[in-house]
Ligand binder design. Structure first.
Ligand code: AMP
Length: 805
């Protein structure tokens, strides 16, 4: 019996191969390959599988199968099929049954078999076959796979049933319903009226064998006093009439009527307000009363108010926008105050304050008039009055809460924050809040420059009224998109539109009112940074490279200050313009990782670009600005290595393991020691020990101001010896000769020089340093790099990749 509790017999038949995925979760494969021997009868029995009440189940097999024609001498005995059986049982006791008691489901053949050649190419043709069984009458079953002499690897067995998922239709709730036993059967299911609704005609629907709801019949209706909204009878109607009360230069008082149809008891009101045209920075007050005073406002400014009511069923819709203006600043208040008026006013204030406080104590409430006085006076002499006034209001309505938001986050003074477009019920509202609508006629598309997940990326020109035409990049949404794709596509614009920084890609606007839907951004002539660096290998000075890194760090500092975590920071997601200015791009919601070809699925279901991601983000999805700092360290390495792939061809699994064991990427060639040290700091296991982006920017600024600090390079020989610690010499593996190796990296022209100078074996080559190369006459920096990089890559592979910390 193997790890899975499956039984294979006879013993030399099916064999279990255990492996682990990138998170060390076990993966099981069963293989059998007795193609040369006669009369094979190898059985593999699963453990008991509950059918969870389903009477028709589906079995999906994934397997590879060897082509018999490709087996020399095996043709006589080799088979290209295997058999699948089942046996029903109410419990696990029914396992010791005879082979002939199993019922055959089918003979399984492969659509695609593989040959020796495919093996060489490491191409495995995976077959997927699905069979169904039913009607089942017991609680569960066993499956069995019989091999009669084929060469098979059974990679996955998925057993499932289909159900119509719980749904609300016509105000009736239909429960999760397992489909019928027959492939053409429609099950009739009764619905139950949702809260606050009653039966009009008995609601029914049919669940098809494919798990789809069909043919709704009957319906429920909202009870009197409730109205239907989004499949519920659940919410109050919007507040329709809002009136202004007392207005001062710093405050506006409002009152309103209860909604026409409260549809329940109103528990509280939520009042949202913001300065006109400044919607991203708003304040929310919650109040049980139908009056409030918004204070702390700017004089002579227009403010927009919206109110909504909450009942036990939740919030109703917001009222329409009501706009009111504070009084302008009076000349007296804005002019310089002389000493005498201050004293006079102070005395007056003192008296009034006393009166107000006594008033409180006696009546327990503060009238609007008192607050108005107090707040208009505080600017002159008594800041503490503000607090008094706030306190008195709190007394008046102990439930009233006030919170300031910027972009959906509680506002700290002087800090702008990012708002997640997900927090908007209507994504269209988010995109129009943060992005300008551009008319398609203002855009000229010139050529296709790339492919995005949602459609082509083009370059072109934008001509806005009163501005000169300028070049732009245009992302298009391909035709036939789903609503979700449109939302995700525009989600990037909703995020990008919130940023305004020279190292963040700038959004010009969106086209949503005509098709194709487009996102228009500034044009970055040199495209994505990784491709650009690979194309220009060895072409830049260290200062130029550090300048690029400084730009990226500055953009990231801005993003982290805004509270935005990028999660997919990598050179491929940085764009670079003709002035070598780097800008962070590729903002998305969850899709950022979905459309990144580097992102791999983890066993927890997320998709993560393993090589760029901090260990805590891989292990427990702890994505923070500190995990962005880790990714930034990898970007530093990519930049200094001219777009080399981090960890070269190591598998994701090996990367995770090595990083976890404390290994880190070795320094790129010719890398200033200070920069490599910064990379290592970014890769601290403890995320709190990593530098913050503002520290990284300052450090890079310092290096740029003092270029001699970049002269100390990471010692090449110490790097090599580090890599070789306790490991076998280079050359024992991939390349048989120095010539073969140099040819493979297109440096064959140096073979003779290497041989003449005693570097005739790969073991000898392992000791080559940069100085040696120069001495040998390899003077071109690009060639030195190619040779040293290749050498390093081989060594890295041999020692499982990295420098121990
Ligand atoms: P994306 O969907 O953002 O990954 O874009 C796909 C490709 O289009 C990128 O890798 C770039 O080569 C190119 N691209 C995207 N945005 C721009 C831009 N603003 N300027 C120039 N090229 C861009």
């Amino acid at each position: 019996m193997g790890d899975l509790g499956w039984i294979a017999y006879p013993k030399n038949g099916w064999e279990e191969i255990g492996e682990v995925d990138e998170n060390y979760a076990p993966i099981h494969t069963y293989q059998v390959c007795k193609v040369m021997e006669q009369n094979q009868n190898n059985w593999l029995l699963t453990s008991w599988i509950s059918n969870e009440g389903a009477s028709r189940i589906f079995i999906e097999l994934k397997f590879t199968l060897r082509d018999c024609n490709s087996l020399p001498g095996g043709l006589g005995t080799c088979k290209e099929t295997f058999n699948m059986y089942y046996f029903e049982s109410d419990d696990e006791d029914g396992r010791n049954i005879k082979e002939n008691q199993y019922i055959k489901i089918d003979t399984i053949a492969a659509d695609e078999s593989f040959t020796e050649l495919d093996l060489g190419d490491r191409v495995m043709k995976l077959n997927t076959e699905v069979r169904d069984v039913g009607p089942l009458t017991k609680k569960g079953f066993y499956l069995a796979f019989q091999d009669v002499g084929a060469c098979i690897a059974l990679v996955s067995v998925r057993v499932y049933y289909k159900k119509c998922p719980s749904v609300i239709r016509n105000l009736a709730r239909f429960p999760d319903t397992i489909t019928g036993a027959d492939s053409s059967q429609l099950l009739e299911v009764s619905g139950i009226c949702i809260n606050h609704s009653v039966t009009d005609e008995a609601p029914k629907m049919h669940c098809s064998a494919e798990g789809e709801w069909l043919v709704p019949i009957g319906k429920c209706l909202c009870k009197a006093g409730y109205e239907e909204k989004n499949n519920t009878c659940q919410a109050p109607s919007p507040v329709s009439s809002v009136k202004k009360g007392k207005i001062t230069k710093n405050s506006i008082s409002l009152s309103w009527q209860e909604p026409d149809r409260p549809n329940g008891i109103i528990l509280e009101y939520e009042i949202k307000y913001f300065e006109k045209d400044q919607e991203t920075s708003y304040t929310i007050i919650k109040s049980k009363e139908t009056t409030i005073t918004a204070d702390g406002l700017k004089p002579g400014s227009a403010y927009v108010f919206q109110i909504r009511a909450r009942t036990a069923a939740g919030y109703g819709g917001f009222s329409r926008r009501f706009e009111f203006e504070t009084s302008p600043v009076s000349v007296a208040a804005s002019s310089d105050q002389s000493q005498i008026p201050i004293i006079v006013v102070s005395v007056t204030v003192g008296v009034i304050l006393l009166a107000v406080v006594i008033g409180f104590l006696l009546s327990g409430s503060c009238c609007d008039h008192g607050c108005g006085w107090a707040s208009s006076l505080r600017a002159v002499a008594y800041p503490s009055l503000t607090w008094r006034c706030g306190y008195s209001k709190a007394k008046q309505d102990p439930e009233e809460e006030k919170m300031h938001f910027h972009n959906g986050h509680i506002k700290l003074p002087g800090v702008r924050t990012y708002i997640d477009p997900h927090t908007y019920e209507d994504p269209n509202q988010a995109v129009h809040e943060f992005a300008k609508e551009i008319e398609a006629s203002c855009i000229t598309i010139e050529r296709v420059i790339g492919a995005g997940e949602f459609g082509e990326v083009c370059s072109g020109r934008l001509k806005l009224q009163g501005k000169r035409e300028f070049p732009v990049a245009i992302k298009t949404l391909k035709v036939g998109y789903t609503e979700k794709q449109r939302r995700d596509f525009l989600g990037e614009a909703s995020i990008m539109g919130q940023f305004d920084h020279p190292n963040i890609i700038h959004l010009e606007g969106v086209v949503t009112k005509s098709k194709p839907v487009m996102i228009v951004t500034e044009y970055m002539e040199n495209g994505s940074l990784d491709t650009f660096l690979k194309k220009n290998d060895g072409q830049f000075t260290v200062i130029q490279l550090v300048g690029m890194l400084r730009g990226i760090a500055s953009g990231m500092k801005y993003l982290s200050d805004m509270g935005y975590v990028h999660r997919d920071l990598a050179a491929r997601n940085i764009l670079i313009n003709s002035n070598l200015v780097c800008k962070v791009s590729d903002f998305g919601l969850s899709r950022v990782l979905e459309d990144d070809p580097e992102a791999a699925y983890t066993t927890r279901g997320g998709k993560i670009p393993i090589r760029w991601t901090a260990p805590e983000a891989i292990s427990f999805r702890k994505f923070t600005s500190a995990s962005d700092v880790w990714s930034y360290g990898i970007v530093m390495w990519e930049v200094m290595f001219y777009g080399e792939r981090p960890y070269w061809e190591m598998t994701n699994q090996d990367v995770i393991k090595a990083v976890e064991e404390g290994y880190r990427l070795p320094s790129p060639m010719d890398c200033p020691a200070a920069l490599y040290q910064l990379m290592l700091d970014c890769w601290q296991k403890d995320r709190n020990s990593r530098p913050k982006f503002d520290e990284i920017v300052s450090m890079l600024d310092k290096l740029i101001r003092n270029p001699s600090s970049l002269k100390t390079l990471v010692n090449a020989s110490s790097r090599v010896s580090n890599l070789l610690v306790e490991h076998s010499p280079v050359g024992s593996g991939a390349y048989r000769s120095v010539g073969e190796w140099l040819e493979a990296i297109k440096m064959g022209r140096y073979t003779e020089i290497f041989m003449e100078n005693g570097y005739s074996s790969m073991d000898a080559v392992a000791q080559v340093t940069l100085e040696d190369l120069r001495r040998l006459g390899v003077t071109l920096v690009g060639h030195q790099k190619k040779i040293m990089n290749s050498l390093q890559e081989m060594k890295v592979q041999l020692v499982n990749g990295m420098v121990p910390l």
